[in-house]
Design a binder for this molecule. Structure first.
Ligand SMILES: NC(=O)c1ccc[n+]([C@@H]2O[C@H](COP(=O)([O-])OP(=O)(O)OC[C@H]3O[C@@H](n4cnc5c(N)ncnc54)[C@H](O)[C@@H]3O)[C@@H](O)[C@H]2O)c1
Length: 263
């Protein structure tokens, strides 16, 4: 059974990309973004800075992070080179964000960093609960030719599960949590040749990272949205660039297909 949400976050309130949102709410706020030096993270970071927010961001890539900080200015962004899987790196990022925050606190957190190629998870909990399930099912006769392609959906289900767990307790601490689910969109997540292959040979129509960034700004600025999912969809295929997935209760794939056929 679903836990009742705090009254402030009515599930009747639909997220409407065409309805606009008040970017002014982000002025003077401080955001933290992981993996902010490329793709969706970078596009969101640029949008937040444009809206007058200060952004502390981490990335594994020193070179791209430094270049972005230099371009946007240390009065607007703070780059902390670090790995999201490393606890002390994460602490450094949050400590820097608070220290440099013009408001003295952190208002928005975007857990964005991820990779496509699997690496060894090194957390005990993840090792047993997550990696354990993966390695136990791997020997089964598998319908997927490439088992590694199951990892992507698996980590995203984990993120959805985490959002659903967090959303019942966050409002009492004056916090909100939402989830963004992008369709395929061209970033540095895989090689540019692989994106070309998806477009040219697999017929996949890509969405835009700027639309993902717009959704991030929408979620960050609208204080009435909590515990919901947004799916980013290709503009060529649907009337809107993102779609409200309610309280993450829709089947993303089915709803995505329905939305694509609307146009
Ligand atoms: N591009 C897509 O089609 C797509 C679709 C669905 C979901 N996503 C999700 O969007 C998010 C952003 O991906 P993107 O497409 O912008 O990719 P991207 O590769 O362009 O950007 C990801 C950034 O994260 C950084 N990073 C990687 N590992 C890190 C680590 N351990 N610590 C800190 N930083 C790290 C990378 O250096 C990179 O700058 C990811 O969670 C990805 O799974 C992307």
């Amino acid at each position: 059974m679903e836990v009742a949400l705090d009254e402030r976050f009515s599930s009747a309130h639909r997220i409407d990309p065409a309805g606009g949102f008040d970017l002014g709410k982000l002025r003077g706020k401080t955001a933290v973004i992981t993996g902010g030096a490329s793709g969706i993270g970078e596009a969101s970071l640029r949008g937040l800075v444009q809206a007058g927010a200060f952004v502390a961001f981490s990335d594994i890539s020193q070179e791209r992070g430094d270049a972005l900080e230099k371009e946007l200015g240390s009065e607007n962004v703070a780059f902390v080179q670090g790995d999201v899987t490393n606890w002390s790196d994460q602490k450094r990022l949050f400590k820097t964000a608070v220290e440099k925050s013009p408001s003295g606190c952190i208002n928005v957190v975007f857990a964005n960093a991820a990779i496509v190629e699997p690496t060894e998870p090194d957390m005990d909990v993840a090792d047993i609960g997550f990696r354990g399930v993966l390695l136990t099912t791997k020997p089964l006769p598998c319908h997927h030719r490439q088992y590694r392609w199951l990892l992507g959906p698996m980590i995203k289900w984990a993120a959805r599960g985490l959002m659903r767990s967090l959303r019942s307790s966050m409002p009492e601490n004056e916090m909100r949590v939402n989830l963004m689910a992008p369709w395929y969109l061209r970033t540095n997540l895989i090689s540019q040749n692989a994106w070309d292959h998806l477009e040219d040979n697999r017929g996949i129509i890509l969405a835009e990272k700027e639309d993902a960034a717009k959704a991030v700004l929408h979620l960050a600025s609208d204080e009435t949205i909590h515990g919901r999912s947004i799916m980013i969809i290709p503009r060529k295929e649907a009337a809107e660039e993102y779609v409200d997935m309610d309280r993450d209760s829709h089947d993303l794939e089915v709803l995505g297909r329905e939305r694509f056929s609307e146009k």
